[in-house]
Design a protein. Structure first.
Length: 424
């Protein structure tokens, strides 16, 4: 039965049908064949409505809107200027500055694409003009952009929470230490790779002036994550606060909300949200037919009865996620696999919050692994003179770092759960 659904889905993808419609089409066939013909098809609007009628899910379009406002606000340029003045005197200082900006903007926007575009447009020409190898710069930007889905707020974490029922607030808090640790690993490698480049330090006056200009961008993650951690507001309420603050920053501080920019913000927000929500509806329909046929339950029974260590199954799950990441984008992978993987993970005794972070790191890998790594194509758009193969070669060391990072989180799960255990 599972081969029928997976095979049909693969065929529809190969002929070029979008993921959302491929999922919906296969689900509709399943509902017709196995759930009472036309009566089964009558479930489609009900399931579609229920899949989106979720208070947690309402945060998703607001975080997307916030990331688009900040993309056009100019805050990325100010953050990069500040970081370069603080770090450029170190070996590979601009590499450290660029990754620092990626982390800060990730904590503002929650979007890997917005991070890669915003920081990439400023950093790529700046670094190459100062002697940094183009391949290394592009690879670093591709990897740095992925931090957008690990450092909260994070769209994949919202989807994980909505599908599984886990607390989005706890997921956000769980991503803080792993996000900062992965950033540190990226910094160490990038600094070592570019250690031969060192510039004159900026004066303290220049540093303080640049910090003053970037202060509004620095306050955003403090407001969002600080508010969630202290219990002032929920993740969904934090999204609404973030949208209001981002509009105030863009409109009153940077004065970038021109009519043309507003048009781009609205169109991009609608397109991104429509794409994500269509995929969610399709995946929920697909998940409904799988559940009605008890496929997740049967796979869970098979996994728990299999006479191997649960870590063998965990490794196999990660291999499957890595392979899927080469061909599908992150939202599709999450909503397709979670209805199957979540029961298996919980039945095997793994912490679902910990596994969420493991899964998000796998989704980071999906953003930079060919042939469908989204960040690779985003950076190709930012720098058309570079080839995809050059970006891929530059990002491969970071793929290795992320795989080793998954191993580290598996050995030391406390890196994920420490803050969660102390969240209010």
């Amino acid at each position: 039965m599972i081969s029928f659904f997976s095979g049909g889905f693969a065929v529809l993808l190969l002929i070029g049908l979008p993921v959302a419609f491929a999922l919906s089409f296969i689900a509709a066939i399943g509902l017709y064949l196995f759930n009472g013909g036309a009566l089964g098809l009558s479930q489609i609007p009900i399931i579609a409505y229920k899949s989106l009628d979720d208070f947690t899910m309402s945060a998703l379009p607001m975080y997307v809107l916030m990331s688009q406002v900040l993309l056009y606000s100019g805050v990325g340029k100010e953050l990069y200027d500040m970081a370069s003045k603080w770090f450029r005197h170190l070996p590979g200082g601009l590499a450290i500055a660029t990754l620092t900006c990626c982390a800060i903007f990730s904590a503002i926007s929650g979007s890997s694409v917005a991070t890669a575009v915003t920081i990439g447009m400023v950093a790529i020409p700046e670094m190459t003009a100062r002697g940094y190898d183009k391949k290394s710069v592009l690879g670093m930007m591709a990897a740095g952009g992925t931090l957008g889905i690990l450092i909260p707020p994070s769209v994949p974490m919202i989807i994980y929470g909505s599908v599984t029922g886990e607390s989005v607030g706890k997921l956000f808090i769980a991503g803080v230490i792993p996000g900062l640790l992965l950033l540190l690993l990226f910094m160490v490698f990038a600094s070592w790779k570019t250690r031969h480049i060192k510039e004159a330090p900026a004066t303290w006056g220049e540093r303080l002036q640049a910090t003053r200009k970037a202060i509004w961008g620095l306050l955003m993650p403090v407001i969002i994550i600080g508010g969630i951690y202290t219990g002032i507001f929920t993740p969904t309420e934090a999204a609404a606060v973030g949208v209001v603050v981002s509009f105030l920053i863009a409109g009153l501080v940077y004065r970038s909300l021109s009519l043309e920019n507003m048009k781009k913000i609205i169109l991009s927000t609608v397109k991104t949200n429509a794409m994500i929500l269509f995929i969610i509806v399709g995946a929920m329909l697909f998940g409904f037919i799988l559940t009605s046929l008890q496929i997740p339950q049967k796979l869970t029974e098979l996994a728990t009865a299999w006479p191997v260590s649960k870590w063998v199954i965990f490794v196999l799950i990660n291999i499957v996620l890595l392979i899927l990441g080469c061909f599908l984008e992150t939202v599709s992978i999450l909503v397709i696999t979670l209805p199957i993987l979540y029961p298996i993970i919980t039945a095997l005794g793994f912490d679902p919050i910990w596994f969420a972070i493991i899964m998000v790191v796998n989704m980071e890998l999906a953003l930079i692994t060919p042939p469908v790594g989204l960040n690779l194509f985003v950076l190709k758009g930012v720098d058309p003179s570079s080839s995809i193969s050059t970006i891929v070669k530059g990002s491969m060391p970071y793929v290795v770092i992320m795989i080793l990072f998954i191993v580290l989180l598996s050995i030391a799960p406390g890196l994920v759960t420490f803050l969660v255990d102390n969240v209010k």
